[in-house]
Design a binder for this molecule. Structure first.
Ligand code: PGA
Length: 255
């Protein structure tokens, strides 16, 4: 049985007061939730403040990226140990915005995944096809290639403990969501590929999140799919009421 995981990806949004204000409104709303894991990924500047604000709750905190080196001459970058120091337990890696806008490829994501695991962080490794790739019938090939490359060198036990987010690029921030069937097809394929890479047990335990225009209105239908174990939510996670509704919808879907 996989516990649902709902992760909020705030991207480049919220100052420290905005972020803490979110937690003040959100934490009581989910205080009684014991059947789902909840993670907030604020921008780096608000990480420590959000982690502090979440201290007496079950809400965990994630970085949105890291550098694979632990320290050094890498101006503008943040190491895994620094995320841990700020109170993070998770980190989003290989988001399509990182891949498309900042040139990250699977080899880079693999180095980051290794650094995260070695620092004790749970990676949320993102994969997903573009619209062109989907229309060319390449979705499953692309997902397989991204998984294999991004998880190169990761052991079966590590695969079991990490999180993979399927985020079709054409559904991110567009209001266009994958249908529940499209999400399930992609997730089932991802789980099969994970089984080939790390064995059946690791694949069965690894949590697979769907991401791309998840909202309170569609979270239950998508979350109800066999191989969907939660969601990575961008725009609709910026408002505490909306994200709390998504948490509730995902919990209903898991019943
Ligand atoms: P969205 O973003 O929910 O705004 O589509 C999801 C993501 O990019 O993680």
């Amino acid at each position: 049985m996989r516990t649902p995981l709902l992760a909020a990806n705030w991207k480049m949004h919220k100052t420290v007061p905005d972020a803490v204000g979110f937690v003040t409104a959100f934490a009581p709303r989910v205080a009684a939730v014991t059947d789902a894991d909840i993670v907030l990924a604020p921008p780096f500047t608000a990480l420590a403040a959000v982690a502090d604000a979440c201290r007496n709750s079950r809400v965990a905190v994630a970085g949105q990226n890291l550098h694979w080196a632990s320290q050094g001459a890498f101006t503008g970058e943040i190491g895994a140990g620094m995320l841990v120091d700020a109170g993070a337990t998770h980190v989003i890696l290989g988001h399509s915005e990182r891949r498309q806008l900042f040139g990250e490829d699977d080899a880079v994501v693999a180095r980051k995944t290794r650094a995260a695991i070695d620092a004790g962080l749970t990676p949320i490794v993102c994969v997903g096809e573009t619209l062109d790739q989907r229309e060319a019938g390449e979705t499953l090939t692309v997902l397989g290639r991204q998984l294999e490359g991004s998880l190169a060198g990761v052991t079966p036990a590590e695969i079991a403990a990490l999180v993979v987010a399927y985020e079709p690029v054409w559904a991110i921030g567009t209001g266009r969501t994958a249908t529940p069937d499209q999400a399930q097809d992609a997730h089932a394929h991802i789980r099969r590929r994970l089984a080939e890479i790390g064995g059946d047990e690791a694949a069965d335990r690894c949590r697979l999140l769907y991401g791309g225009s998840v909202k309170p209105a569609n979270a239950e239908a998508i979350g109800g799919q066999t191989d969907v174990d939660g969601a990575l939510v961008g725009g609709a996670s910026l408002d505490p009421g909306s994200f709390a509704e998504i948490v509730d919808a995902a919990r209903r879907a898991a019943l």
